[in-house]
Design a binder for this molecule. Structure first.
Ligand SMILES: Cc1cc2nc3c(=O)[nH]c(=O)nc-3n(C[C@H](O)[C@H](O)[C@H](O)COP(=O)(O)OP(=O)(O)OC[C@H]3O[C@@H](n4cnc5c(N)ncnc54)[C@H](O)[C@@H]3O)c2cc1C
Length: 311
């Protein structure tokens, strides 16, 4: 929007463009999660477990107590993880699947971050507010609906969970929706958010306005994904880090995909490739991304023919 205005476009032109192209995150999680996990289990299970990995289920406590960290020996080699309960997991390779904001303070403890991964501080969380609404009847919403972009709206994507969750067909409507990059709603209390969400829902499922709302939940998620700001792509780190012994995974690492569940899965395959290569058993696990096809491909081809800085 700012760029359009800067180049002389008026408010109407900017809105028209965004309404057509900026349907926020039109990607129902429920449809993607299961196939992605199945694929992950099938492909990674055979490789990583064969290589002798162990699963430590208690590791999550590291975050709760905030004492976790990576451990370095010798000339800055990462050789394990410190857990919250003081336990040390020694490892030839540590694969971190933490988001950048969670990884940064852990590396700080060993003064590794500034030296090896300076971009960690650059990433900015995109917070979400997720609303769940239980109605007393079927409000006849579609399985998935996305509103067009508008500066006034809170929610874009809406899911009718009765048509998504197994065994929920025929139940009164249960709606999930997302307020993406939710700073504009941060000051609102839950009641105000629920009221706005019902209003926005009624724009495409009018029965929502007259149905009785039996129950509502508002979840405030501090970071759904790192913000895909300008400069994001060039700052995404490769899975192989400059720190010997530390390999990165996570949607925010360089996958040539947006920050998504599929991107996170791909980052895991790429991390496994680094580990296997260092073990002298190189293998290709990740599927290469199709780059710049469709509209993006046309724009890129046109842009490639122009000198830098040319409008
Ligand atoms: C509401 C919502 C809706 C979304 N919708 C979609 C969608 O429709 N489609 C899509 O593709 N993506 C969607 N996403 C984004 C998607 O969930 C992420 O891209 C994906 O989960 C990233 O995976 P990850 O493994 O990189 O990170 P995460 O899934 O965030 O995993 C990081 C893990 O690290 C753990 N952790 C953090 N700190 C520590 C610590 N110190 N010690 C131990 N553990 C720690 C966390 O608990 C977490 O389990 C959505 C996200 C949200 C929140």
């Amino acid at each position: 929007m700012v760029a359009i205005r800067r180049h002389g476009g008026d408010e109407r032109a900017a809105r028209a463009l965004f309404e057509r192209f900026a349907a926020a995150h039109p990607c129902p999680a429920e449809r993607l999660r299961r196939p992605a996990l199945r694929l992950c289990r099938r492909r990674a299970g055979g490789t990583v477990y064969r290589a002798g990995a162990q699963l430590h289920r208690g590791a999550w406590r590291a975050r709760a107590a905030g004492h976790a960290g990576t451990r370095t020996v010798g000339e800055g080699r990462v050789d394990g993880v410190l857990l919250a309960d003081g336990a040390r997991l020694r490892a030839d390779v540590v694969v971190s699947a933490l988001p950048p904001m969670a990884l940064a303070p852990l590396l700080d403890r060993d003064r590794q971050r500034a030296a090896a991964l300076p971009a960690l501080d650059w990433f900015e969380p995109s917070p979400y507010i997720c609303c769940y609404l239980w109605f007393d009847r079927d409000i006849k919403a579609e399985r998935f609906t996305s509103h067009l972009w508008s500066p006034e709206r809170l929610n874009y994507d809406f899911y009718e969970l009765g048509q998504i969750r197994h065994g929920w067909a025929g139940r009164p409507s249960v709606i999930a929706s997302n307020i993406i990059y939710s700073h504009r709603a941060a000051h609102m209390d839950d009641d105000a958010i629920v009221a706005a969400t019902v209003r926005e829902l009624a724009e495409f499922a009018p029965d929502a306005a007259s149905a009785k709302l039996l129950h509502a939940r508002v979840h405030r998620v501090p970071m759904a994904i790192p913000c895909p700001l300008v400069g994001f792509e060039e700052r995404r780190p490769a899975q192989r880090t400059p720190l010997p012994g530390l390999v990165l995974a996570g949607d925010w690492t360089q996958t040539r995909m947006p920050c998504t569940m599929e991107g996170a899965v791909k980052s895991g395959f790429l991390a496994a490739e680094v580990v296997l290569a260092d073990l002298g058993r190189p293998e290709t696990l990740a599927i290469e991304a199709r780059l710049y096809d469709g509209l993006a491909g046309v724009v890129r081809r046109v842009a490639a023919g122009r000198p830098r800085g040319c409008p």
